[in-house]
Design a protein around this ligand. Structure first.
Ligand SMILES: [Zn+2]
Ligand SMILES: [Zn+2]
Length: 273
């Protein structure tokens, strides 16, 4: 199984980092987790064309995690030679977001159907709403759903993708909690979105200070990994943006709490499990 950090940015636009999105690939599995700004540019850079996606998992409905939903739906549709339904799995509310996205795409769908004789139907999309505790299959993987704590944002979920004895947890946004611990137990890898509270606290802007109470710090992500016997910790969604050369500084905040490998870096950083 390979985890590729397609977009390691955050809501703050960054010339070097796409918005939050992670690709999980394995034999018989190509799944996208969240679809932030610029996701398809990074997807093709990782060697995956949109029609190859088995499905899309959404951790929560914050805009930075779903900004390019319309692009994923449209481009997968127009690039697929034959219709291949796209399954989008997310917390309650995802169906409404998908329905409204499809409504916003209606003129484009009409233009393309009118113009291309071989295109007779709009995008086939199935939105599936899941709850913590749900288990489903996608491609060759078994996927478990866990609760996260990103309050006041609700509902939010994390996913554990399992093939054989290899497992990857995609934690999404949030602070440590029992649901996330349960999902992370003995996972091969755990991907967590993180903030540097020490740096954020220096910025005298209340709107930025507000994010401190609902995101894991680098240390908290490392503690979650250690507490649950995780093999490899993968950090993404850097706030503030991780600057070139700062990788070891960020790693040094995690390493006192977690002794395993810590993966972080630019967009397209990948780890094989
Ligand atoms: Zn969020
Ligand atoms: Zn976010």
């Amino acid at each position: 199984m390979r985890i590729t950090l397609l977009g390691t940015g955050s809501p703050i636009p960054d010339a070097r980092r796409a918005g939050p999105s992670t690709l999980v690939t394995a034999d018989g599995l190509t799944v996208l987790v969240d679809c932030g700004r610029g996701v398809l540019m990074r997807l093709v850079a990782a060697g995956v064309l949109p029609p190859m996606l088995d499905g899309l998992l959404i951790t929560h409905l914050h805009s930075d995690h779903i900004t390019d939903l319309g692009d994923v739906i449209t481009t997968r549709w127009v690039m697929s030679p034959v219709s291949r339904p796209l399954t989008i799995v997310g917390p309650p509310g995802i169906r409404e977001v998908v329905d409204h996205t499809l409504a916003s795409l209606a003129p484009d769908v009409r233009y393309r159907i009118d113009h291309h004789e071989d295109l007779t139907e709009g995008p086939a999309v199935t939105a599936v709403e899941v709850q913590p505790g749900d288990v489903f299959t996608m491609g060759s993987a078994t996927i478990r759903v866990g609760a996260t704590d990103h309050k006041p944002v609700e509902p939010t979920v994390a996913f554990r993708v399992e093939i054989g004895d290899v497992s990857a947890v995609l934690g999404g946004d949030g602070v440590p909690c029992a649901g996330l611990d349960e999902l992370c137990r003995d996972a091969t890898a755990y991907v967590q979105t993180v903030i540097r509270d020490d740096l954020v606290k220096l910025v005298p802007m209340q709107r930025l200070q507000d994010i401190l109470d609902y995101h894991s710090t680098v240390a908290q992500a490392a503690e979650t990994a250690a507490r649950n016997g995780v093999g490899t910790l993968v950090l993404t969604h850097y706030v503030p943006s991780l600057q070139p050369g700062q990788e070891d500084e960020w790693r040094a905040l995690a390493s006192p709490h977690f002794s395993g490998p810590i993966v972080l870096g630019d967009d397209l950083t990948a780890v094989d499990l």
